[in-house]
Structures are given as C-alpha cells and as structure tokens.
Design a protein around this ligand. Structure first.
Ligand code: ZN
Length: 210
C-alpha cells in the first residue's frame, strides 16, 4: 500500500449493481490505497442533462438534483462502498466536480470531507485551496488540453493552493500517465511531500504538502 495514495470509487457504476462474486477483485484493488473516497453512487446523470453532461458523457450524476436526492445518492453510495471494501468511508469526490449545495448538502450522509476541484471542504470553517491537475475531461480533446492547464492556473491565482494529481483509468490509454508522473517529480523536487486528504485537514500539516 502507498501510504499517501487516495482512491476514489463508484460502487454502482452506471447503475449496474456490484456483483457479489467481485468482492475479491474490489478488495485487491482497494488495499492499494491508504485512503478510499466515494466518487458518486453511479457516476451518471439520469435526468435533464446539461452542458457538463454533454461534455462528460453524463458523468455529472448529482447536477440538477434537489438536496434530498443528493443526500439519498451519496448515502446509498457510501453504505454500498463500505460494504464492498470493508472500511469506513468519510471522504467524497463529486462526480464531474459537480456538487449542488456544496459540502452543506452532505451533512446527513456521514461524509466528513469533500474534495472539490478548487477546495477541500469539511465541517471546519475554512476550506483548503487546491490546485487540481487532471487530464481526463471527457470526450473533447480540446477541453482536455485546456483542463490540464487549470492546475497551473490555480496555483498562479492562489500560490498556497495544495497541488492534487488526479489520474483516471482513461489516462492510461490516452498516454497521460507519464505527464502526471513528470508533474509529481517536479512538485517533489520543489519540496512538496505527498499526504492524505485527511492529514491536510490538521493545521500543522498544511505547510508543504501534495
Ligand atoms: Zn469521475
């Protein structure tokens, strides 16, 4: 296990229930991560798709939903993921970075922190600024190329923003893994160290972290 690697999982990908005989496969994967986060229940928006839905292939599961439906989906996803991996789940990454109502919407779900594109939010009064480097932005290559620059832009706007490197399964086929590794090396050479999101929320770990 890498002691600072976080994995974000979707228990019911595109509404397909997890097969009971897949638990060994799931556990083999999830033991690789020090921190397991919920990344939606199905990762698919079912009703009234919007612009983000079109760009991402309806990946914005929670967008446009009323608060009670956001709570229901996150709570269902959390309970299903805990059952699959056998570990408590307290962190959340909104599908396609879309979380209507912000962190306050998660209050009844048992989730303690949410990793957004530009902020790490929790019940603490102040959020922690993040600079996210991500290469998977859906189907449009131009959007992907622009999106990959957003981490750099965030750090220019907010120099104390903590860099976060995000890799998706699609990055393997698209050849983005080497770019991500190069970025990690660059950050390490600049003095950043890898930490868990949970560790970021304690005040004394907020100096040089990645
Ligand atoms: Zn996703």
């Amino acid at each position: 296990m890498n002691d600072s690697l976080a994995g974000a999982f979707v228990p019911r990908w595109h509404a397909i229930p997890p097969a009971s005989d897949n638990s060994v496969h799931w556990r083999r994967w999830t033991v690789c991560f020090a921190e397991i986060l919920l990344h939606g229940w199905t990762h698919r928006r079912e009703y009234r798709p919007g612009l983000v839905s079109l760009i991402t292939g309806r990946a914005d599961e929670l967008a446009g939903l009323p608060p009670r439906d956001v709570v229901a989906r996150v709570a269902a996803g959390r309970s299903e993921l805990e059952e699959i991996v056998g570990r408590p789940i307290t962190g959340f990454v909104p599908p396609a970075w879309q979380l209507p109502g912000g962190f306050a919407a998660l209050r009844e779900t048992g989730i303690q922190y949410s990793v957004g594109f530009r902020r790490l939010d929790s019940s603490q009064p102040l959020s922690i600024p993040l600079a996210t480097y991500s290469w998977d932005w859906g189907r449009l290559p131009l959007v992907g190329r622009l999106g990959a620059q957003l981490g750099t832009c965030s750090r220019l706007i907010t120099p104390r923003a903590v860099p976060v490197i995000v890799l998706h399964p699609a990055d393997v086929d698209r050849g983005s893994v080497a770019t991500a590794v190069a970025r990690i090396r660059q950050l390490k050479n600049a003095g950043w160290q890898a930490v868990r999101f949970a560790g970021l929320m304690s005040a004394d770990s907020r100096r040089e972290t990645a």
